[in-house]
Design a protein around this ligand. Sequence first.
Ligand SMILES: Cc1ncc(COP(=O)(O)O)c(C=O)c1O
Length: 384
Amino acid sequence: MTSRAELIRPFYVMQIMGRADRRPADAPEVVSMVVGEPDFPTPAPIIRAAQRALDDNRIRYTPALGLESLRQAIAQDYLDRDQLKIPAHRVAVTSGASAGLLLSLAAVLSPGDELLMTDPGYPCNRQFALAVGAVPKSLATSADTHYQPRLEDIQRAWGPRTRAVLIASPANPTGAIVDLEQVQAIAQWVRSQGGWLIMDEIYLRLSLQEPLRSALAVSNDIISVNSFSKTYSMTGWRLGWLVVPDALLDTIERLAQNLFISPPFISQQAAIAAFSSEARAIADSYRDQFLRQSEVLLLGLQALGFQLPVRPAGGFYGFFDVSSLTDDSFKFCEALCDQQGVLMAPGLDFTDEEPQKMVRVSFPKSEPVLQEGLRRIERFLTNS
Ligand SMILES: Cc1ncc(COP(=O)(O)O)c(C=O)c1O
């Protein structure tokens, strides 16, 4: 019998990064478009708040669902930006969206239950499902539906053991969104089957078009997953949150107490400052720069023969079809890394549908770095 740990797949992004580390010491510096991480610093007000927390030297466990003041600040932010009244008691602070996803799946799935997940999607979701003994089941999508499932796709895939659906909007790797009318219809139908809709909204505030509203605007019956990682350039602080329906709060709290005790205290103190007007203005300026960077990279790659089936509406990725350049995108990524030190992520991490055709390119880098990357990719294509 296969052990649960053996079902865990490699994370190919990490393999490409490991390969880059093994390049000769005199090779030109790497241009990394492989991980989903802004290279901007965490905004200064957040750093200062963390420094004050350190000086006070009261770095302890906090309540399992987070500091009351932070939960209130998060609830207030929904009121300010989305005109949504979310009671602070429904906000559960977590150690990144990663812990939020794990807690959500542990709360709603029993061993053997099925989780429907969008393909293409974020690779760790499958592993979270396996870790709680559930069965991940892919919802295949296509560029025609903007790589997002429709209600009828979910209805078709729903089986007797299905208990939950996980959708990211905007999504990783495609940047695609689901419109709120669809979300509402899906949430209602899934609840009518006794299941739960989990919306990963980690890229919600990184819209590349008009501002997006949370799915909480159309349903209080969903779990919304969010994070400070991307919006506030805080990937290493390991802090996120969930907004949880009342019916699941107690379960989530008991799981959080046992699995994590509490989210990190320093990061929570710091994150309160993320909602100050100064930090918000900095985060907004980062988002504006992501938009400019997306234009440079997406247009530049298309000019080199990368095809973009769906233009991203949010986040900082492009999911490209490279089948006119290679018949194996993993080998393509390896060769690009070895020959030009440019790193991008092979489709294998994100999709089971023709992964050899696709690559994900991550663009939150300064413009000169992106231009250098484009020059090297052009050289690579000319030489191969
Ligand atoms: C869609 C999605 N969800 C969750 C995560 C995990 O984020 P965090 O750093 O908050 O754990 C990521 C990270 O890339 C992601 O892309």
